[in-house]
Design a protein around this ligand. Structure first.
Ligand SMILES: Nc1ncnc2c1ncn2[C@@H]1O[C@H](COP(=O)(O)OP(=O)(O)OP(=O)(O)O)[C@@H](O)[C@H]1O
Ligand SMILES: [Mg+2]
Length: 273
């Protein structure tokens, strides 16, 4: 699926080695995710509103593995809901794969979500009474594919996550790590432009959590899958190639994974009162 594209990118990179990376990116492709001057406020019950995100500017390119990191309440999930087209911004422009989705209706957003985004959640969000295979086939339901093709595709994804022998199992019969692998297979089944994972290891012990993170790394490195992962932990964010650190609704750091977390903590001072 993405492999050919990824190889093209690598070949293109070889040609462009002497050109500054930002220019290569401009020439190479459209960002998968482009948030431009995004603000988000929520109405308060007592009247007025609370601003949660301030002037967020993010561009994410195909093949990146990005962690959005920040302490509890900093606005990570709000940001993920916007990127995942589950919610819309109060102001600013959001383009998903070059399409302006800022003003789309809820129905249009649902179509875009299904086509472009593979979600992975902390609590797996699997249908408990449906088999592993049914769960993985779910995003293909709205694609108008014949049943045989859906089954073929779902089996291919289960093989990728090493669970092909478990297709008839129910999620309740699997370990947490296996459940999350089913969720990843489901997220990949629709051939999305991005995998969007909100605290994907939050419900797992550290061994299983590391296994999932290594798997994400492999998907990104070997297949060029674009991954955006939300986390509040530096150790987890370190699996990515880029960290966007949010503090109090502001981006205070956006760059490669620093040697240690103190760099990010220091960056928080930009918005600390
Ligand atoms: N629907 C909502 N209505 C009102 N306020 C909200 C809503 N959703 C989030 N908020 C507020 O926005 C702020 C950021 O919340 P958000 O859930 O994005 O944080 P987070 O970084 O994901 O935190 P956590 O690590 O605890 O999940 C919080 O102050 C929260 O109370
Ligand atoms: Mg959250």
């Amino acid at each position: 699926m993405h492999i050919n594209n990824f190889q093209k990118i690598i070949e293109f990179d070889k040609i462009c080695t002497n050109i500054p990376i930002s220019n290569v990116r401009e020439m190479k492709q459209t960002p998968v995710v482009s948030l431009d001057k995004i603000n988000k406020s929520f109405p308060l019950e007592v009247g007025g509103e609370q601003q949660v995100l301030f002037n967020i500017n993010i561009k994410i390119y195909p093949g990146e593995f990005v962690a959005i990191m920040g302490p509890s309440g900093s606005g990570k999930s709000t940001c993920m809901n916007l990127i995942g087209a589950l919610d819309t911004a109060t102001s600013g422009v959001y383009e998903l794969y070059g399409r302006d989705i800022t003003t789309m209706s809820p129905d249009e957003l649902a179509t875009v979500r299904n086509e472009y985004i593979g979600f992975v959640f902390q609590n797996f969000n699997l249908l408990p009474k449906r088999s592993v295979l049914d769960n993985v086939m779910l995003p293909l339901m709205y694609r108008g594919l014949p049943m045989t093709e859906r089954v073929r595709r779902a089996r291919e994804m289960l093989k990728l996550v090493d669970l092909e022998k478990f297709e008839t199992y129910l999620p309740t019969q699997l370990s947490g790590g296996m459940k999350q692998r089913v969720a990843i297979a489901r997220a990949l089944a629709g051939d999305p432009k991005i995998i969007l994972a909100d605290e994907p290891t939050g419900a797992l012990d550290s061994k299983m959590g590391n296994e999932i993170l290594r798997f994400f790394k492999k998907l990104n490195k070997e297949m060029g899958i674009t991954i955006i992962m939300i986390t509040h932990e530096f150790d987890i964010a370190s699996y990515a190639n880029r960290i966007i650190h949010i503090y109090d609704g502001h981006i205070v750091y956006d760059g490669p994974v620093p040697k240690n977390e103190s760099v990010l903590i220091k960056a928080e001072q930009k918005v600390r009162k």
